[in-house]
Design a protein around this ligand. Structure first.
Ligand code: CTP
Length: 399
């Protein structure tokens, strides 16, 4: 699978560095060659000797190593690889990468490379969830860096939570995915997901039961087929997928702005459960309870994002809407497809007894210009993968 592939592996300074030795073994087992780089902190956790022995190649450690500079040089070292992998990628390395530091061999290689970069973060749970790290993560993803993990579990420091480096097998799979081009490689796909929150006053809002699970699974499936995904999400209860560009919004109007800013795209999938109405003028101060007086809410209609994009100047080649219905599912969805002007509608029955809204499964009907397909009930992940493949087929098909 990885025959003739050359992986530049930067080993950062974390306890997870020992797993990188196993990663080297797995990579070589798949036919890849590994060019190891050990940071100064990384060398506190694994020795250059063990890394070199497993890699079957010398370890690079110093930016000003004269032998290397005369033989190869850091620019060439960073570009001769097919993929640059940072594992473990510490909080400090993430911060330095996101700010563009180039003051040691690892950071200079990362700045000089013209190849894709994959990081496997590893750190204490609080360091991972710290806003600074999450900011750096968002920057790196926006810069096109692929991310695998971290996993959730018990950590060497005795705490529990997200921060453990992915297992070597999972990193290997991410490396294979990063090096394999999929049918959507080079395509930009926009996905909306989750509910919107429409404020009543600073502490209250109107929302719906969407978890964001279907939109999230779809974004991940499109990413796995090689697409560059812009993921515009309302306040969902599931975390956004890694490896996509995330735009967080609260209201329908913010969602429309984010969607418009993310265009143009080759395809746009509107999986969000957008609130149809907003409170006309949300109070700027908390509404106080007054004995015997009930507040009256006056509503305004929100913009229809799907219809706006379907009928707009920057219409993607393929526009897919969802239809959440509680009765006459197919009839309503067919009418929605025509009314909004999209190409496909993925219709589902969200009556409470189906358990679909907020649940793991979905049972959908795919409505296109050619008719209606009834898909069997399956997990939202399976729906996403099947739909992503259909989207890839549609974008590949000659116009
Ligand atoms: N949608 C949108 N903007 C809105 C409302 C809906 O982009 N303001 C999109 C949804 O993301 C979905 C599709 O339109 O792809 C249909 O959403 P749905 O809630 O099923 O339909 P509505 O347009 O709200 O119609 P109704 O409430 O009458 O069922």
């Amino acid at each position: 699978m990885l025959a003739d592939k050359r992986i530049l592996l930067i080993i950062g300074g974390g306890i997870a560095a020992y797993k990188s030795l196993e990663l080297i073994r797995l990579l070589r087992g798949q036919g890849a060659s590994v060019v190891p780089v050990l940071t100064r902190a990384g060398a506190e956790f694994v020795t250059p000797l063990s890394v070199a022995a497993l890699a079957g190649a010398p370890v690079h450690q110093d930016l000003f190593d004269l032998t290397t500079e005369s033989e190869m040089g850091h620019i060439q070292l960073s570009r001769a690889a097919d993929l640059v992998v940072v594992a473990p990628c510490t909080a400090d390395l993430m911060a330095r990468m996101s700010r563009g530091h180039a003051d040691d061999l690892a950071s200079t290689l990362l700045m000089a490379t013209d190849k894709p970069v994959l990081i496997a973060p590893a750190m204490n749970v609080h360091m991972w969830s710290h806003p600074a790290t999450q900011r750096n993560l968002a920057t790196l993803i926006a810069d096109g860096v692929a991310v695998t993990g971290p996993d959730t579990g018990d950590m060497a420091c005795g705490e529990h939570g997200p921060g453990r480096m992915s297992e070597p097998g999972a990193i290997l799979a991410a490396i294979e995915a990063a090096l394999t081009s999929g049918p959507l490689t080079g395509k930009h796909v926009l996905v909306t997901s989750g509910p919107t929150h429409e404020p009543i006053d600073p502490v209250r809002y109107i929302a719906n039961r969407s978890s964001g699970a279907q939109g999230t699974a779809l974004a991940a499936a499109l990413r796995d087929l090689g697409a560059r995904v812009s993921f515009v999400t309302g306040p969902a209860s599931v975390a956004p997928p890694y490896g996509v560009e995330v735009f967080r919004v609260e209201t329908a109007r913010q969602m429309l702005d984010a969607v418009t800013a993310a265009l143009p795209a080759d395809a746009a999938i509107f999986a969000a459960a957008v609130a149809d109405w907003r409170v006309q003028s949300a109070a700027t101060q908390k509404m106080k309870k007054q004995p015997g007086v009930l507040p009256a809410l006056h509503f305004s209609e929100n913009p229809d994002i799907l219809a706006t994009v379907s009928q707009g100047a920057q219409r993607p080649a393929l526009v897919v809407g969802f239809a959440a219905e509680t009765r006459d599912v197919v009839e309503h969805a067919q009418a929605k497809r025509t009314r909004k002007g999209c190409d496909w509608i993925v219709a589902n029955d969200v009556s409470p007894e189906t358990g679909i809204m907020g649940g793991q499964d979905n049972a959908v009907h795919l409505i296109t210009a050619n008719g209606v397909e009834d898909w069997p009930r399956m997990s939202k992940i399976d729906v996403a993968q099947r739909l992503a493949r259909r989207i890839a087929d549609a974008l590949e098909a000659p116009a």
